[in-house]
Design a protein around this ligand. Structure first.
Ligand SMILES: [Zn+2]
Length: 150
């Protein structure tokens, strides 16, 4: 059986959000929507949150060319060895510098030091502006939403 997990993460990969704020956001989401569960993940260094089987393609944010998964996998291995503290890389297509966080992942993926995981919400929430704005206000930062199909 497959599940959809909607992950709300700060846009800034290094942003630290306090446990209190994350708890407040979790309580808010639980009161605002119907879903199987809401879980929190907090890490000291950025974690890569992917979209699982929704992951189809990566393209360059500078020149728009497709980036191979082989090249990306190696770049991720190197960055992972340094706990993702350095995300800047030289792009293989155009030689420009970009953060691994800013590559164009399709569907969206991203790095973050925390994630609010909403499992199987009853309705689609990725365009629920009121919900997203309220969570951003509670967390006091801008957020991205990663939709993982597992
Ligand atoms: Zn490029």
């Amino acid at each position: 059986m497959s599940v959809d997990i909607y992950r709300i993460i700060p846009k800034d990969p290094y942003k630290k959000v306090s446990q209190d704020k994350l708890n407040a956001a979790k309580s808010f989401i639980e009161s605002a929507i119907v879903c199987d569960s809401v879980d929190l993940i907090i890490t000291d260094t950025p974690n890569f949150y992917d979209c699982a089987s929704n992951f189809e393609m990566i393209t360059c944010p500078k020149c728009g060319k497709e980036i191979s998964f082989d090249w990306w996998g190696e770049a991720m291995d190197i960055a992972w060895k340094d706990d993702f503290n350095k995300l800047d890389i030289i792009l293989p297509c155009c030689g420009e510098v970009a953060s691994l966080n800013d590559l164009c992942y399709d569907f969206k993926c991203g790095f973050a030091c925390c994630s609010i995981n909403i499992r199987d919400p009853e309705k689609l929430i990725d365009e629920d502006v009121i919900l997203i704005e309220s969570v951003q206000k509670i967390l006091d930062c801008e957020t991205s939403m990663i939709i993982a199909h597992i």
